[in-house]
Design a binder for this molecule. Sequence first.
Ligand SMILES: *Cc1c(COP(=O)(O)O)cnc(C)c1O
Length: 356
Amino acid sequence: MYELNDKIRNLKPYDPISGEYQIRLDANESFLPIPEDLRAEILQRIDEAAWNRYPDPTAAGVCRAFGAYYGVPEECIAAGNGSDELIMILLSSFLKRGEKLLTISPDFSMYRFYGSLAEAENVSLTKPDTLRIDPDDVIRTIRETGARLVIFSNPCNPTGQGLTRDEVRKIITSVDALVVLDEAYMDFWNESMIQEAARYDNLIILRTCSKAFGMAAIRLGFAVANKRLADVIRAVKSPYNVNTFTQLTGEIVLSHQDLLREGTKKIVESAAALAKEIAAISQEFPGSFTQFPTCTNFVFLRSERAEKIFKKLLNRKIAVRFFRLGEVGDFLRITAGNPDENAALCAALREILKEG
Ligand SMILES: *Cc1c(COP(=O)(O)O)cnc(C)c1O
């Protein structure tokens, strides 16, 4: 009988909330649709594309549009089939088997997952009760353990909090390890390192089109680093990782810079309004949950009743994300939706808390 090896034997497929929910506030997606005229233009371009040919392996057009939006030279950019693919590529190529990978928990779960597939040894640093990363802890842990690579999201999914540029710079310049900085939510904040990525020989930044830019469906992400590291990423990725239709869509949408900026602003406003309303609910129902500050498009709550609230929201056709994080506690992560969705969520939350 064929025996599965132990790194894959007990894996389960990724299982996001499926089923029919009227209101989806569980995956940190954008609530803004791509405008109709722009969609028509994209479909026209896709129709005219060379369907029988392989895509451009360098994804030059979309990298150029991405670089123009952020003011980053093209040679520093590599595209991926979602930033998720880039996480897998980085952890499996910049680490050798048995080398140490530092993750900081709680954080995005895919880091540990791809690290274990790469047979890296995971070293985990637990965040303090505030769920804020202490840069000195990170530096000390890297030095003490000899970790070769540290990866964390900034701002963090799921905690919603972030490190400032100064704090991130301190980490990068204090260690020899490779620092992979996942800035999936940085469009909602203003502490990005993207414009100075080329200055460091041990920094790779990840960005995605799935959150602020409303293109989770097309699977498009980017790595930004100095040319030496970007060349390595281009060399180790599979040659045709980003398909032609994604490249075209990404190039067109990313070249509408005002649209992206306005959309991002609307999402930030929605998140601020949601955070404020949830703070009001917290006042109305003292002790029912603790709310963390956020610089993202979602809010993060700690509650002993998180699972109950989560299930009762599902019964009302509202999906949010529930986390059980070991000793740290039970949490809810709620993505900011449009004003109607936020209002429905808050009304349901009040009802549920009233029920006790
Ligand atoms: C959503 C998310 C991603 C995944 O982005 P894709 O480009 O859709 O693969 C990566 N990192 C973090 C922290 C995320 O929350």
